[in-house]
Design a protein around this ligand. Structure first.
Ligand SMILES: [Zn+2]
Ligand SMILES: [Zn+2]
Length: 395
């Protein structure tokens, strides 16, 4: 392990920051105290601080030397709607809200890196520290991009990181191309003809549609996708009917689709629409389909992936950085930044044994032993990407 000494020296301070943030979680677009905490720290470090981007987002600007080059490092601020059951002494003081995805750790590591980069001044150019709101569900990263993040703060590339309890502490993993999936939702409303359950011949039973449609949806991945393409179609809600002896007029099916590639996403959407129309017409009913693309897939660009891998290897050693992990179909709001800008998203291992609790669980807590690793990764990445003249000559 090759931790940045100034980050190591900051470790206990970083723990305190992290525990403070953990005890005061705020959810999507309401992260005002968290944003104020971040803005205050950055201001004290002498950074130029911009607030209010995507409501509660913060961008800190650190310039040094004569270099024209610039990169962005991104962390997320928000918590989840979960009642905490971790039992830690700094447990959430906000009922029903919890830092169950470790964004308290992400924010802390980026603040630590800002402090150390401001102190070391061993780079040339500009580092933008991007603290985005509403990573969970609400697309705060998308809103930041729409509000001109990359126009106001021109940078050549943007980098993101997520703690990963299912990989070992002291490791990193990332890959060129898709690392996380696209997240779409669908809703199918079928309208038949309601009536007495004892006289189905005078009705058009939408339950029949639901039964056939759920089966038919499962043929898309099995029969329409190329075997090497990944996709998931899950029906997660069926709503219909109120009592024993009435055939309802309408049934609603809802669910989610996960994919890595746009072509597969297009194919699945079109098959859902085709199947809904076909099954409805078979049973002489009408179905409407609402299909919404929530988050695109998180796709890393080649050169920036190599830069991220190099920085991670400098910190944890060559053998500890995986460069072809199996991608996950969970989704990540950072995808919107990667659609607008070259960059790379990495998983930082935080697991310690089989029993490590995963993110989004009420018993989860960010692993403090990873703070110095993630902080060192950010500092190393920035210094490698924006080398000062002295570093360039030495290197
Ligand atoms: Zn999450
Ligand atoms: Zn997260």
């Amino acid at each position: 392990m090759n931790l940045v000494p100034e980050i190591q020296a900051l470790e206990s301070q970083m723990r305190d920051w992290r525990h403070h943030l953990h005890a005061h979680p705020e959810t999507a677009f309401e992260e005002s105290a968290t944003a104020a905490f971040v803005a205050d720290k950055l201001t004290r470090l002498g950074l130029e601080v911009h607030t209010g981007l995507a409501k509660t987002g913060v961008v800190g600007v650190l310039r040094h030397g004569t270099g024209e080059r610039a990169i962005g490092l991104r962390a997320d601020l928000d918590a989840l709607h979960i009642q905490e059951a971790s039992g830690v002494s700094y447990q959430s003081c906000h009922p029903g809200r919890m830092h169950a995805c470790g964004h308290d750790g992400h924010t802390t590591m980026l603040l630590g890196a800002a402090q150390v980069l401001a102190q070391r001044r061993s780079f040339a150019g500009t580092v933008y520290f991007i603290f985005q709101p509403a990573e969970e569900n609400e697309g705060g990263g998308r809103v930041m991009v729409e509000e001109g993040l990359f126009d106001r703060f021109p940078m050549e590339a943007v980098y993101g990181l997520h703690n990963w309890p299912r990989k070992a502490l002291g490791t990193f993993a990332t890959r060129e191309g898709p690392l996380m999936g696209a997240y779409d939702i669908f809703e199918i409303v079928v309208t038949g003809k309601g009536g007495h359950a004892a006289m189905p011949y005078v009705t058009r039973d939408p339950m029949l549609f639901a039964a056939h449609m759920i089966n038919a949806l499962q043929t898309i991945v099995a029969r329409n996708l190329h075997p090497q393409d990944a996709g998931v179609v899950s029906v997660t809600q069926v709503h219909g009917g109120d009592t024993w002896n009435v055939i309802p007029e309408q049934v609603v099916l809802r669910g989610t689709v996960r994919t890595f590639r746009r072509e597969v996403q297009d194919l699945i959407e079109s098959r859902i629409r085709g199947l809904a129309a076909g099954v409805a017409s078979t049973f002489e009913m009408a179905a409407t389909v609402r299909y919404e693309r929530r988050y695109p897939s998180t796709v890393n660009t080649a050169a920036e992936t190599a830069h991220a891998v190099r920085a991670a290897r400098s910190v944890v050693g060559d053998a500890q950085v995986e460069t072809d992990p199996v991608p996950e179909l969970g989704s990540e709001d950072f995808a919107f930044m990667l659609q607008a800008k070259r960059g790379c998203y990495v998983w930082m291992g935080t697991g310690e044994g089989e029993d490590t609790v995963n993110v989004h669980n009420p018993r989860y807590d960010f692993n403090d032993r990873a703070l110095a690793i993630g902080g060192s990764y950010w500092v190393t990445l920035a210094e490698q990407q924006l080398p000062s003249d002295a570093m360039r000559q030495a290197g």
